[in-house]
Design a protein around this ligand. Sequence first.
Ligand code: ADP
Ligand code: ZN
Length: 609
Amino acid sequence: MDIREANQRLFGNRSFRPGQEALMESILAGQDCLGIMPTGGGKSLCYQIPALLLPGLTIVVSPLISLMKDQVSALRAAGLPAACLNSAMDLEEYRTVLAGLRAGQYKLLYVAPERLEQEGFLRQLGGQTVSLLAVDEAHCISQWGQDFRPSYLLIPDFAAALPTHPVLAAFTATATEEVRQDITALLQLRDPTVVVTGFDRPNLYFDVQAPRNKPAALLRLLTERAGRSGIVYCATRAAVEQVCQRLQDRGIPAVRYHAGLSDEERRENQDAFQYDRRTVMVATNAFGMGIDKSNVSFVIHYNMPKSLEAYYQEAGRAGRDGSPADCILLYSGGDAATARYLIEHGGENEALDETQRAVVRRQDYQRLEAMTAYCRTTQCLRGRILSYFGQPHGETCGNCGNCRRATVQQDITVPAQMILSCVRRAETHLGYAVGAALLTDVLRGSRSRRVLELGLDRLSTYGLLRTVSRDTVRQYMDRLRELGYLEQDAQYGVLRLTPGAAEVLHNGQTVSMPVAASAAAAPEAAAAPESDGDPLYDALRAVRSRLSAAEHLPAYIICTNATLREMVRQRPQTLAEFLELPGVGETKARRYGAPFLEVLRSWQASEGE
Ligand code: ADP
Ligand code: ZN
């Protein structure tokens, strides 16, 4: 069997996603690799298929136990021999897996990085050759990444301790150059094949809204999406509690998730969501790493996250099955203050010393700045995200809030001149350049201590934009950066004039900015409803629910909504036709095909009458 055949027969996929083939071929050729793909891009398949084709065992290092459990259930449902070893298992399960390992029953073994440290672990492998060591969420090895896990640093030693050196394959969705280099160096990848795939997720609709009344706006968004599965992310535990309670009071089937709950409640709530008993999950960012629920049809951020990396990862949990899905961010000025507080006080990382911590904090502030610029922009939101990740994109995408809202060009030449002039005067006055926040204070005539201490209230540009809101001043500055009249120092974040700024200041160059013609043309729900009102779809969905309950598996592991929709469209009548469906491999067809076919056949028959 080759990779194409395995992809079709075992996983029921018709084709590969971008990058998958190259990474699999690299692994099979014995070459280390680094795969950088967005969340939902299909990283798992890149090591799962080689694992089945290579001799011996593949060990998958993965940071979260919930993720393992899910992946192993999904693999087993597809008839593939996989297991995991972790501290959450009971003794009996544990023994079964150890016996299976000794008997060479498994092709894939999922473990947490901490396990690599345990002395007995090598012995537990039962003398099997480890052909491939796959490292999921590989950015955890970098202290510049978002979720540094020191035990990832054990991986190269473990690889070296194996009798034969395995191929190392690392995967992450984090695209920054620093993290990439860290992964290669710290994992000691040998001349790796590096594949970076397009970060665009065309099925996701992006929008930012700044409602006056967030609770009411959230309620409206959820009511429009009743019956569909989605996540509401909040910045703090307290916000999760409050929002979830309010939604439950309004009869919305919501559950909550954050790190302050008991293990038991977390597990219960996660299950209720995974199995679609409750459709709305209200959570902090503690919920999600490794959530592979493919029918999440919206992700709403009740607060702005602290970086675009975090935002894109969390929002990316929507629409994993390729169906249209919505990613909506509810923004308010207070969110930036909360995010700054979290940078100052949150996430103390014991593994870092004082200098490292200072570097991390500075990077955190830069990430936050990019995040707030996303919330303020009137340009294409998708374009913003893609350019942040260094990816090419067109001027407009047609599938984001800003592209859908008609925009008009507003002339901002006068405030632009005031801003540019203020940047120059502040730098001349102080002898060094300063950042956007302080400049905004000066332009808006703030009496803040810093402004007064530095004597910036004596500048002739002081208070010129007194009547303009903070956010609008920042929008003007963002626009001047976009047009290349201002540049931001990458290290310190201060703003400076470019040579081109003289055109605006002295030569009559005008400046314009696109703004929404009507404030907020409410985007209608982008995704197709769960039921489509189609009785055949509902009948097939009922079959899936029955199977899900009988097999103790989440519904989307039996088959995804995308597969259900194709069933309605193609109406397969035989097992062979059933196998043609996307996402249906041989094992799934054999195990679950019959009850679906029964409904499909009787449907066809009754229509024939
Ligand atoms: P991530 O990159 O976030 O780890 P996953 O590996 O979980 O993404 O894959 C996301 C979804 O895409 C899964 O539901 C998976 O079954 C599906 N998928 C992966 N590769 C393909 C493919 N070649 N064709 C169709 N679906 C795929
Ligand atoms: Zn757009």
